[in-house]
Write a protein that binds this ligand. Sequence first.
Ligand code: FES
Ligand code: FES
Length: 511
Amino acid sequence: MTIEFECDGTQVVVPDQGHTLLEVLRDELGVRSVKDGCSPQGQCGCCTVLVDGQARVACVTPVRRVRGRSVTTLAGLDADERNKWAEAFTACGASQCGFCTPGIIMRFAGLRAKEPDADTERVERALAAHLCRCTGWQTIVEAWDAFGAAPADRDLEAAARRAEIEGGVAQQVGPEATLGEGGFADDGSPLDAKVAVRAGDDWVVGDSLAAAREAAGKVQGRRTTAELNHPIGLPDGDWDLTLQTTWVEPGYLETDASWAAPEQPAASSLGNGGAFGAKLDSPVGEVAVQLATQHAQPVRVLMSREDTVRLGPKRPPVAGGVNADGTGTIRVAATPGVVEAIGSVAPNLTVEEVAIPGPNTSVDIRGAGWVEAAVLLAVARAKAEGSGTISISAPSGGTATAAFDGDSIRVTVDAGDPIDPIILRSYCIGAAHMGYSWVTSEGLVVDDEGHIHDLTVRSFGIVRASDMPPVTVEIAESSEPSVNGSDAVFAAVAAVTWLRADCLPTWPVAQ
Ligand code: FES
Ligand code: FES
């Protein structure tokens, strides 16, 4: 039995094996612009394609359902249109790692064909089917409006230098990265490679992703309805201000992936960005090398979304109490390096590490530990002074000031020589979204034994485009050496978001 359909203008025939359209596109036809950020959860939008002109998520579309129909991926989009989207996203800084971008471009292409004059509200509604962890949405909406505008002259190598300073690992910037060609590990894997997936504490190898998942007996985890808990008790004392946080998922869109051929190094799992520090210790490259040697052929190693949630590092929970004079105590989940991280911005705070059952935590995750300490101290000071504006300097040397201006967030950033203001602004808006989203709605439910119960990409609490306040960014002129500015923005926006929420003592404030 076979299934015939049109893919990007070509008739294709594939075996009828009960696979999804995503499995067929990526793993049988080699269409790697279609990304897998959560399959088979159907919740991130990275695998969006057009089926007879309608946007569909391919990971929950059985390929049988497209029999006799026409499927369009980014590769099959009219070249002029594809180019205009790539230019628009590049010009606005609307793509950072680029993993979510092909799916969003396909959503936009489908929308534009029907509603070329769609307004911001309509565009944000269309984005509700997608997740972007990097950009904070605003620049993506701007890219919708910039479609077809003539590209300005720009030094994209300089832009990539600024992106690397903000992201912490090498980044590509430009139309190719926007089209999903940012060098993601699995995209370069050979079609005939074996595939390894996680099964309990081990890896199961199959001839295809579908076969490996079946052999692993994967049962999808869900989102829980249980309440978030705050696992660390407050330090004893009489404090002007207290805060308790919980585990937070970094929520990067490209789940951990690598592949290797025998006797060859593994493809880097850092992708186009490094996932806010969360992938620096990913085991997948080492596993790929071991399995390629063992099987004497190329092996892809792929974590599902659920694997990434279970195994990837989280932001460590804290519980702290401070006074307006800058003294206080912060208790934090035991994490190598976190005491030093907190001490770097808050030398007068006492830091206690606490051993608690729970997922792996890492100080590599953006601002882990020091941001919580800096926010506590800055907000205690602002409350004492009756100020609604907060300035925070990051250990990197970057400084950001944030305040609410009505319902929008106003940010000023000094990050040395901006090098490329479009990229710096994009990272600052993304960091503002991450700070706002963290304080208002992010957290993972972890039970008393330390097991995570929120296992879907939608259960992390990432704020949607339509719920994100507008952000304005002013970049300080400077010819000083360039330093990371977005981490300071992340901290300053978290602080003003908390201040605006009347400093409710547990995050997220809107549970
Ligand atoms: S991979 Fe299909 S929606 Fe996430
Ligand atoms: S650019 Fe959207 S997830 Fe990275």
